[in-house]
Design a protein around this ligand. Sequence first.
Ligand code: B16
Ligand code: MG
Length: 211
Amino acid sequence: MKYKAVIFDLDGVICSTDRYHYLAWKKIAEEIGVYFDESVNNRLRGVSRAESLDIILEAYNGKVSDEKKRDYMSKKNALYRHLLEGMSLNDLDPEVKTTLDQIRAKGIKMAIGSSSKNTKYILKQIGLDDYFDAVSDGNNIMRSKPDPEVFLKASNFLGISPGNCLVVEDAKSGIEAAIAAKMDCAAIGNGTKYHLANYDLENFSGLLDIL
Ligand code: B16
Ligand code: MG
């Protein structure tokens, strides 16, 4: 079997926290007074908090100090964490959990590869803390997607070479990161519209047809 491991993106793949990123950034964009919609939000998928703010500020005429940027980022994270607090085991789609369990039953290793610094908290909220064989996230990388670092670290943590890993992604930046890591990629949700991945999944359980 070609794939010995699957590396899952978190926000927008394992759970719908991409919606919470959108809501929190929308509030910040309103405070700054710049236009923000789903298409701007799609450019934030997979990129770090600081890079996300820079993308939002492209629409701003004027200079924003580093101190003010830190302020916006910490406000955004507080809004986002507040939304995460309301999450529970019910926010894990049964289709996702059943599919993960079936992948595990095949003897395939599983890891998370997320740009988020909130990964551990989110996994706890949906009851998946301690579920994955490895977690590579925003706390152990220097460069976020489309840089391959987060996925290469995940494959290293698992002890499985990149050529035997399949990445599952909803972000253009994430698909590009998988390609740069020389890993195959299955796109889902927003990620399918770019037709850049090896597979475009209609739903999460479609993974079982690949593995
Ligand atoms: P945080 P993923 C990414 O997570 C999100 O897609 C992206 O929108 C966010 O800016 C980034 O995490 C950083 O998140 O502010 O929680 O550290 O899609 O790579 O799982
Ligand atoms: Mg994502």
